[in-house]
Design a protein around this ligand. Sequence first.
Ligand code: 13P
Length: 349
Amino acid sequence: MPLVSMRQLLDEAAKGGYGVGAFNVNDMEQIQAIMMAAKETKSPVIVQASRGARQFAEDLYLFKLIQAAAELNPEIPIAMHQDHGNSFETCKSAIELGYTSVMMDGSLKSDGKTPSTFEENVEVTRKVVDFAHERGVTVEGEIGVLGGVEDGHGAGGSGLDHITDPDQAVEFAERTGVDALAIAIGTSHGAYKFTKKPDGSVLKMDVLIAIHKRLPKTHLVMHGSSSVPKDLQDVVNQYGGKLKETWGVPVEEIQLGIRNGVRKINVDTDNRLAITGAIRKVLWETPEKFDPRDYLKPAREAMKKVVAARMVEFGQAGHAGDYAPISIEQIAKGYKDGSLSTRPLVASK
Ligand code: 13P
């Protein structure tokens, strides 16, 4: 199956009332782990690469690996997404490579660190939308600023520093025509999100619900959504790691989000922890081993287990065969003739 438009994947998820995990990749084993999980659970899936990942793996290696995944798994709809594009040029290069979706993170300036103004964000995101939609490519925008740093991208600080304002979210969706909207509700990238189990007072689910009420048809995106489970932390620490005690986003909160318009859920850290724990275990228990396959195979298996669990928890499991993919050319036509709407439905307050 050719790579699928993320817009189609999310529209289908909205129809089915489920969420779709977007899993970050840097190498072949991570891509294989995701595809093994998608195959096992019969899930459509979003695979995403940050700028750091594209640099680490070299664009072409990574993209050819994704194409191989699509060719080897014709029954699985796969969208390939640029995570946190920092500029028009970054998004353009991903689109020209063949990505079917890009995130223009205009919440930060192009240094990927400094919060931008609302007008700057609208302007650059709108420019990416025009370029992408002409080519049938999906666009995710961000309003409000996530906490933490991932692959050198991020404002740092707490996820509570720049919570999304629902009025701005409405205006942003109307003026940019994005297909999906990432909002800041207190989550942050990386392992160190919360120093205690987050309850309703920490994670701003009320803000998410308020935005969904105003934008009932807009696909919302939750970044920084790793759950950082204690068992994964424990494996890392048991075999020589030094992780400090930390809490992630409880799966039940994500499921509450999914019932309120969240369609894309970004997960990276949990997979990193699973891989690192599995590799540490092999090297700790059998220090005589030196064939990378001896630790990469269990690492791949450990990541597959986490991804498969999330696919079931987010509800995407079992939905791979629900629909036939629409070609990217057809999607481009849809944007042009208006059959694929880019005007959000806005409900009054
Ligand atoms: P985590 O660090 O919580 O996995 O978040 C990943 C993410 O949001 C990628 O954009």
